[in-house]
Each structure stands twice: as C-alpha cells, then as structure tokens.
Design a protein around this ligand. Structure first.
Ligand SMILES: Nc1ncnc2c1ncn2[C@@H]1O[C@H](COP(=O)(O)OP(=O)(O)OP(=O)(O)O)[C@@H](O)[C@H]1O
Ligand SMILES: [Mg+2]
Length: 348
C-alpha cells in the first residue's frame, strides 16, 4: 500500500504542483491518477520513488515513510515506465530489459535469461532481443519498457502515460496486455494518464486531480461515473458518462427469448434470426425472406450492457443476439428486455 498523507509539492519558483494530497494506492491494485495537463500527476508519481521530494506531508510505502529510505534502495522495489519507453538507444533490447538485474549484480547469463522470459511475457517475439530500440515500433518499444520495469520483479510499478505516444489500436492492445499481466502478477500499480477512458478501463480506483494538484475525487470507475463528486469531475468524465456506465452492468441478468421467430418488438415487421450449426448468420424479414441482414452479438453474462446495446443497434430487428463463449446462439435480447434493463440501470 502506498499512502499519501497531506502531501504538498512546492517548486522553488513557488508553483504549488500538488496541494495537500491524501491518497491510498492499495497493494495489488491499479490506482490511476487522471486529470488535465499540469495538474500534478507526474510530480505525484515521482515523489513516490523520490525522483522528486515532497515539500510537506509524507508518502508511506507499506507504512514506512519513503523519505527515510535511500533512493537506490527504494527504487529497487519500484519499476518505472515512461512515455516513449525511454530505452537506452545504444543497448540491445535484451540488455535494456536486463538493466536493473545488471545493476543488482546478477551474472550476465541469469540476467539475460530473465530478460528473455520477460520479452515473451509482454508478448514480444524473442527474435527481437538482439535488436536496438530504433529497430522496433513504438508499441514494441513500449512493451520493452514494461518488461524492463518488471525485470527485478518489483512489488510496485509506476507508469507515467506509458501508452500515450502510440496509435489507438496499439494502445488498446497494450492496455489489454497490462490487464492480463496484472491478473498474473498482482503488482501495486500507480498509473498516470490524462485519458479518462484509459483511466476507467485500467483502474481499480481512479483519482481525478484538478489543476493546482488538488484531489477532486477518488473512487472505483463505476462509482465515478454514477456519482461524480462535482461539476469538474462531471465535465472531465465527458458527456457520454451514462453510456459508459453501462460497461459496468452485466448482461447476466437479461431475460432472453429463445424462440427466434416473429420478433416484432422493433416495429411491425417480424424478424427471424437464421442460425446454422448453432451460430447466427443473419436476420430475415417477412417481406424479404431471401435477404440476410446484419446482426450484432454479445457474449451472454460476460459482455456488458454497453456491448448488448451496441449489438441491438447493429441489428435491423433491434434485437441483440446473445451467444456463448463459443459463439453459439443462446437467445435474443429484445428491445423490450433491453429497455427494462436500461431503466433498472438508470435507477442505479
Ligand atoms: N521543476 C519545476 N519547476 C517549477 N514548476 C514545475 C516544475 N515541474 C513541474 N512544474 C509545474 O508543476 C505543475 C504540475 O506539473 P506536472 O508535470 O506534475 O503535471 P502533469 O499533471 O504531469 O501534466 P501533464 O499531463 O502535462 O504531464 C505544472 O504547473 C508544472 O508547470
Ligand atoms: Mg506528466
């Protein structure tokens, strides 16, 4: 657990970057710091590993003030990942990853073996080990950055906008990869971003900061979306807050229809779902029985209401096709059913 206890950072020119910040980042969880540019995210993060020292207040690592731990010792237990990875350009990938093990005096063979193991762990081809950073894509470099931070298996990981320099598709895959890694590794992660969607996707808890380094709210993503503390948080969350809330509501409770004909809820036109070998192939209407129309699916019980609603919008019938993990049809959620679920969601 990392605890900020009334932490203030005043830079020599008088700028108050962080103002009496109280915060807890629980062990084994991802705590995200989010907020507009200049709100003190990086400053807060760097005070944890003492790249910056707090002016007032204390930061505690499992109850011990970090100010009392000498920086090299402190940083041995804290991995640090930054934007654009910050790799050493003249070192091969394998040696970049092994940086901390080398510093810790591991023998070269062991350190390299560890680096190779991590390369695979973060989803990279071991063949990249002998390349230099400039010979990798931005997304690959970012993965190497994560591998390097994990090399000495530190319990704490600090990540400062690690994925913000890559395109949206690569970014999504890096986020997914981080969540997968975290489910195996259970690190205590403090993750900085200015992207609220990223914060909501990754955070077990999300701390919203405002300029001047004041905490506006800290809460689980679901709570943040349903109960923003004030107008600033509301504004920061954006206008589709309601829709995004749906991603935290399970489809497990939806009542499905299993007769797939005469689904008239969407209007006068009865639609029928065509299924082959248990899989959906399309919707047909009574008037044009030979034309297969598109359909949208969601995995029943695993996907969220947001996905179910999206699936309904993609179908001319207005119904969402529920499938199991193997993609086989288990039923259909009609508009009526979805409406009901949405009404319940609106009630909280
Ligand atoms: N060395 C410094 N001296 C004076 N002021 C500084 C210094 N470093 C940062 N600041 C100021 O402190 C405030 C917080 O900076 P910080 O880098 O922590 O913000 P941030 O939330 O990480 O922003 P961004 O999203 O742009 O990275 C800003 O107003 C910044 O200008
Ligand atoms: Mg920053």
């Amino acid at each position: 657990m990392i605890t900020f206890d009334a932490v203030t950072k005043r830079y020599p020119d008088g700028t108050v970057a962080v103002d009496r910040l109280d915060l807890e980042a629980p062990t084994g969880e991802i705590t995200v710091l989010v907020g507009p540019s200049g709100c003190g995210k990086t400053t807060s993060l760097r005070m944890i590993n003492r790249m910056i020292d707090a002016s007032e207040g204390q930061i505690l690592l499992d109850g011990t003030p970090v100010q009392g731990i000498d920086p090299p010792t402190l940083r041995r237990g804290i991995g640090y990942v930054i934007q654009q990875a910050g790799l050493f350009p003249h070192r091969k990938i394998v040696d970049n990853i092994a940086t901390v093990p080398y510093l810790l005096g591991w023998d070269k063979k062991k350190a390299r073996a560890r680096a190779m193991e991590l390369l695979e762990r973060v989803g990279l081809d071991p063949a990249l080990a002998g390349r230099y950073p400039f010979q990798l894509s931005g997304g690959q470099q970012q993965r190497v950055g994560v591998a390097r931070a994990l090399a000495a298996d530190p319990p704490v990981l600090l990540m400062d906008e690690p994925f913000s320099a890559v395109d949206p598709i690569v970014r999504t895959s890096l986020q997914d990869e981080l969540l997968r890694l975290q489910s195996e590794l259970n690190k205590t992660i403090v993750f900085v971003t200015h992207d609220i969607d990223e914060a909501i996707k990754l955070g077990d808890r999300v701390a919203v900061l405002r300029v001047g380094g004041k905490l506006a709210q800290i809460a689980a993503p679901k709570t943040l979306l349903s109960e923003p503390a004030d107008d600033f948080v509301k504004e920061f969350l954006g206008h589709d807050r309601g829709i995004r809330r749906l991603q935290f509501i399970s489809t497990g409770g939806l009542r499905l229809r299993t007769d797939l004909t005469g689904l008239t809820d969407a209007g006068d036109e009865p639609w029928r779902l065509v299924v082959e070998d248990g899989r959906p192939t399309g919707w047909v209407s009574r008037d044009r029985p030979d034309e297969l129309e598109p359909y949208g699916t969601f995995v029943y019980g695993r996907d969220s209401m947001r996905t179910a609603l999206d699936a309904a919008l993609l179908s001319p019938s207005g119904c969402a096709v529920a499938v199991d993990e193997q993609g086989k049809v288990v039923g259909v959620a009609t508009r009526e059913t979805l409406d009901q679920a949405l009404a319940e969601a609106a009630d909280g």
